[in-house]
Design a protein. Structure first.
Length: 474
């Protein structure tokens, strides 16, 4: 199992300083699963390459462990000694630990300097093929060369193997290159040789800081890294999504929110919106209500004033917002009977959650416009197919009304985090499609002062579940 790292930075021999391994010596290290050797096949002013060679001991790897595989010999007969895997990641961390952390005693300025680097893995299992390989590396700025290794040249009818000889190139810091390899090698292999727990999730979040949150394959990377453990995956993804949000201030509202607030305050639009939503929920007869994407708890505070609502649950992906909601609602100061009505839970709107089932109604206030198309599609199923409350009250901005705000430039959205803003027709087409797919009927209401040509600033849809024998009416 071989990893080669090379550079053409001049003098290229400085790679030895960055790796903390002398180019003139071959060094060997004992690890729990075998030996690791570091050596330099070429050292010069113009090019230098260093190799990390793993000699995995398949017997020592399982010594002392009980056989649990259905095929007991699988512990001894497998590709682990020959293909890059989580063993390689452990070796990187153990042998190149200082370089992985971006430390270099003799060349500290070089450790933080992007230099031309090349990494080659001779046998990398890629469960998902070359497309997945490129979808992971290329968004990080790497040039990728991949050659599929034959399963057996003597028997072409056996088909293609999942193994690739992979070379990646990029001008970057050595620490970043090693970090990406450390995280992604087990992701491509889609397996790990050790137990996955919360510490592994924390490791992923630490090593993924600055690049994983915005990666287009972040969900698949996270899912594979955590070996498909749903609870860890959901928590890790929720925390990654927080990285996309602006840092919270001491006050409840972030700077990005102030653009929208400044536009809407003269119309008292937020108050009108909350009042209209509460009225719709009250009219539905609901007693158990969800506030999905509850933010800092503004709607929950209004719902608490209505005795009709016996249980109010707010779900939010942002820990900071939940903490702000806790402060805003002052739950710890409420009488016990009042406090027992309210529950704040951490979770994502992207994933099926048993805690959301069985409610009379759900409010989704100014949330959907923050979702890009794949997330919106997932949210639709989470809410209307799986949670399936009897009533859903949903609001979103009306893009047509934006022309009424002189301070809002043409074509700009009201909030920098909005992924879209619908016209009235677009919103109605979407809502009617949802109603038809999931067994609801839907009606529409304007929120705020309505203008003849552009409508109201906010548009609202009220979805009501169709009972057996009824037909959907829009």
């Amino acid at each position: 199992m071989l990893l080669t790292i090379a550079t053409t930075y001049r003098p290229a021999s400085d790679l030895g300083y960055l790796l903390h391994k002398h180019p003139d010596r071959c060094q060997s290290f004992e690890l729990s699963f075998g030996k690791v050797h570091v050596f330099y096949p070429e050292v010069g002013a113009e090019r230098c390459s260093a190799c990390l060679l793993l000699d995995v001991d398949p017997i020592g790897m399982v010594r002392g462990r009980s056989a649990s595989a259905s095929f007991m010999l699988a512990q001894y007969v497998n590709d682990r000694p020959y293909a890059a895997s989580s063993f390689m990641s452990v070796a990187i961390a153990q042998v190149f630990g200082s370089a992985l952390q971006g430390r270099c005693k003799d060349r500290p300025e070089l450790a933080g300097t992007p230099i031309p680097l090349e990494a080659r893995i001779d046998v990398l299992p890629v469960r998902g093929g070359e497309r997945f390989l490129r979808n992971v590396f290329e968004p990080l700025g790497y040039t990728v060369e991949a050659t599929r290794c034959p399963l057996d040249e003597r028997f072409p009818e056996w088909g293609e193997s999942p193994y690739f000889a992979v070379t990646i190139h990029k001008t970057t810091t050595l620490a970043d290159l090693l970090t990406h390899l450390y995280v992604l090698i087990p992701v491509f292999d889609n397996a790990k040789h050790y137990w996955i727990g919360e510490d592994e999730m924390e490791k992923l979040l630490a090593k993924g800081e600055g690049w994983l949150a915005g990666h287009p394959e972040r969900e698949e990377i996270t899912r594979r890294y955590l070996k498909f453990q749903p609870s860890l995956f959901r928590e890790a993804l929720a925390r990654l999504m927080q990285e996309e949000e602006p840092v919270a201030l001491e006050e409840d509202e972030r700077p990005a929110d102030r653009t929208e607030v400044a536009l809407e305050t003269p119309l008292s639009l937020n108050d009108q919106r909350l009042g209209t939503v509460v009225a719709a929920l009250r009219a539905s007869g609901a007693k158990r209500v969800l506030d999905l994407g509850c933010g800092e708890g503004k709607l929950i505070r209004e719902l608490m004033k209505e005795k009709q609502f016996e249980e109010i649950v707010g779900l939010e992906v942002s820990i900071r917002s939940l903490e702000a909601a806790q402060r805003r609602l002052k739950l710890e100061r409420l009488p016990t009977i009042q406090a027992e009505r309210i529950r704040l839970i951490h979770g994502s709107l992207m994933y099926r959650d048993k805690r959301l089932a069985g409610f009379d109604a759900a409010a989704v206030v100014e949330v959907v416009e923050h979702l890009d198309p794949p997330r919106l599609s997932a949210f639709e199923r989470v809410l209307f197919e799986f949670a399936k409350p009897r009533t859903v009250v949903l609001t979103t901005p009306n893009r047509e009304y934006n022309v009424k705000w002189e301070t809002l430039a043409a074509g700009r959205f009201r909030h920098p985090d909005h992924r879209f803003e619908w016209t009235r027709q677009e919103f109605q087409d979407w809502a009617k499609g949802i109603a038809g797919r999931f067994g609801y009927r839907v009606r529409f209401m304007p929120v705020g002062a309505e203008e003849a040509k552009v409508g109201a600033p906010t548009q609202m849809a009220i979805f009501e579940m169709v009972t057996r024998g009824e037909s959907a009416i829009t």
